[in-house]
Design a protein around this ligand. Structure first.
Ligand code: ZN
Length: 269
């Protein structure tokens, strides 16, 4: 048989195999990847954030569509005091890349929704101030002891919610940093039955968890807004502790009040 004939038969057999595979296994073949969503006004280009000390990057440099309302740079937090000297939010680069992925996934599902960050990297000096505010109160269980450190102190955790494009947060049933059972992520069914949460509030929380978990974050049981990028042991091994000497994050002189407001009541919506 001539070489040309052999070649033609081979090509024909391969083409037929491909055709038949499509005909008989149509439903099982992997579908084409969805087309990329490219709204210049909503989605940022491939992020190339500037590397900063401690391996941190600024969230704004990673993705301008992610909104930031850094609560500890305002008085709207459980201490009632400004703890951060500036309202910029930072994360470890790997954590920020996951957050970028979560934001992209959210917008593929709901183009009008945004991630709204409440807290990110947190220097140990600020962790100490938070701990000092609650360590002698029943609320100590809601704040990590700086002796043990928090994933925030490595830039490997983020607190956030969902919002519209205008930054108006979706209703999650409690405010950020609510000190009480209604912030629980594992008792939502019970809270729904008792009427403490509505179906819409639970649905909003589930959407937040879905996009964050899809990007590789883990939620925790006690706070719907908090997500870890890795375990504390991994963070200790891989990232430097934010000791608080970094001029990006500290130079804070704010002091805490001697007494705290009745947090359980004041933080409820
Ligand atoms: Zn947190």
């Amino acid at each position: 048989m001539k070489k040309k004939t052999v070649f033609a038969i081979t090509v024909g057999v391969l083409a037929a195999a491909v055709y038949l595979r499509h005909v008989f296994f149509k439903g099982e073949l992997p579908s084409e990847p969805p087309p990329a969503i490219c709204h210049a006004d909503t989605l940022s280009a491939k992020p190339q954030p500037q590397p900063l000390p401690y391996g941190l990057v600024r969230i704004r440099d990673m993705d301008t569509s992610i909104l930031v309302d850094l609560k500890y740079a305002t008085t709207d937090n459980f201490t009632g005091k400004i703890l951060y000297p500036c309202a910029e939010a930072y994360l470890q680069r790997e954590t920020a890349e996951k957050l970028y992925a979560a934001g992209q996934y959210l917008q593929s599902l709901h183009p009008d929704l945004r991630l709204l960050v409440y807290d990110a990297a947190r220097p140990l000096s600020i962790q100490q101030k938070m701990w000092d505010a609650v360590k002698n109160t029943p609320y100590r269980k809601y704040v990590a002891d700086p002796e043990r450190t928090s994933l925030h102190n490595y830039g490997a955790a983020v607190d956030l919610t969902l919002s519209g494009r205008n930054g108006k947060p979706l209703d999650m049933g409690t405010a950020f940093d609510h000190f009480g059972e209604a912030a629980s992520t594992v008792r939502e069914d019970e809270l729904l039955r008792r009427g403490r949460l509505t179906e819409q509030q639970v649905s909003n929380r589930k959407l937040l968890r879905e996009v964050m978990q899809k990007a590789g974050f883990q939620s925790i049981s006690g706070e719907w807004w908090h997500f870890n990028s890795c375990t504390l042991a991994e963070a200790r091994r891989r990232y430097p502790l934010l000791s608080g000497r970094d001029p990006l994050l500290v130079n804070n002189t704010a002091s805490l009040p001697d007494t705290l407001p009745a947090m359980e009541n004041s933080r409820q919506q």
